[in-house]
Design a protein around this ligand. Sequence first.
Ligand code: G1P
Ligand code: ZN
Length: 546
Amino acid sequence: MAIVSVVSRPFQDQKPGTSGLRKKVKVFQQSHYLENFVQSVFNSLPTDSIGSTLVVGGDGRYYNDVATRIIIKMAAAHGFAKVIVGHNGILSTPAVSCVIRKNKAYGGIILSASHNPGGVDGDFGIKYNIANGGPAPEKITDEVFRISKEITSYKISDVADDKVEITQLGSYKIEGMQVEVIDSVADYAQMLQELFDFDAIRQMFASGFNIRFDSMSAVSGPYATEIVEKQLGATKGSVVNNIPLPDFGGLHPDPNPVNAEDLIKIMYANNAPDFGAASDGDADRNMVVGKSLAVAPSDSLAILAANAKLVPGYKSGLAGVARSMPTSTAVDRVAKELGIPCFETPTGWKFFGNLLDADMATLCGEESYGTGSNHIREKDGVWAIIFWLNILAVTKKSVNQLVEEHWDKYGRNFYSRHDYEAINSELANKLMASLREKITALSGKAFGQYIVDVADDFSYTDPVDNSVSKQQGIRIIFTNGSRIVFRLSGTGTEGATLRVYLEKYEADKTKFKQDTQDALKELIDIAEEVAQIKSYTGMSEPTVVT
Ligand code: G1P
Ligand code: ZN
């Protein structure tokens, strides 16, 4: 066993996006590709990383095991004292964040492409998280990218792959570095027990409440089976598709009504269970579904914020809330009522880290089915679902009742996202450039009854470290509070994806039952008129509407 230096050549395309580096599996399988990126991460770390602990785990997708072993061998060559790795290389993204914090690790590496499809022809991803358990901020990811463009060698232990044991729990050494293979679920489950009233939820299940939790053959399976079925007592079989598969069994584990079609069908049928839930590839996203009602993620965030005090972990109230810019302003209304600040950040969980660390925000969320809190520094799918169950157990209300009562009190923010996927990148960039040119002239312009109040390209100054992130999406805000937002996705691996976010506030109770797309019709037309999406993309309709 020895540490060797391997000569490689730099790749120019290793720029981390909204959430780490994501590419096709085939790209990661190129010689030295993964190793170069990992070495770039290690080279970006200060020398105090030598002798420290690193956490490694992923969502079990294709290439997870291969990459895990490579990273362990490289960590040994970098001089880490210890690597904590999930059993079989498996840890959900929230579990990595939890384990980093619990063990005061230096950081962690997450192997996941989140909700992107898996399998040999699917996507793979790698993300570096820092000591607070959250995604590395842009100043680190920028530095990693810079290094990756110049790197010409990496260091790795030449230990045989079959000596890098990840299938047995326990501890052993490689090049003097300790490798500890841990149960993927235990630490995470314990954390949830400390936050939520498990007894109250257990009683609810014991009295006949039923749930369907669709893990979509992704990593939430073992977590939900242990926590929801074994610890909280939901009927065996309540968690479906609960074995993480390298290709997610061909499912697209993105918990929205389009991709979690099966769950929606069951929840909208007669005799639907009381509660439907789904989560994504790495279990940081969640969808909550009542009987014939898929809860909009922005509403879910607002409802959790409004009811947080009912849950033991949040009983003393919230310091503040935060949402990504495109997320609806439903939570802003709750914050106003509670008299707490509401922060608006760019898209991507990394922007919540500083607010959580500084205790300026306690709950955070994104319209993309992501909700989380200061318990870790990632969004957390299973946590959000248990949060809902805790509120239902305490209030003895149904999902539908809670949502409808929330609308009655605060009004309803009709919300939808229209995605135009896999469009030619050049055309997508042109569309955005032309929008940027148009926005200044939009101010004050009337589109029927919609009058533009503010039109800008969102720029964010982090209130903690004053770092500035520019060009985070075109916002058109109308005088009646309605909004249209345009931005390009930063997580795709094929061409570009244009996201159009539409929001309309409605205070009139008689209109709450309208169909969302009907309620947003005029805004959809204004978006087309302003951005000329059809003529730029050649697409007559979005590919996904959520
Ligand atoms: C998408 C979501 C964003 C989320 C990210 C990672 O990023 O829109 O809210 O933080 O995935 O899960 P996007 O593809 O829009 O850049
Ligand atoms: Zn995810």
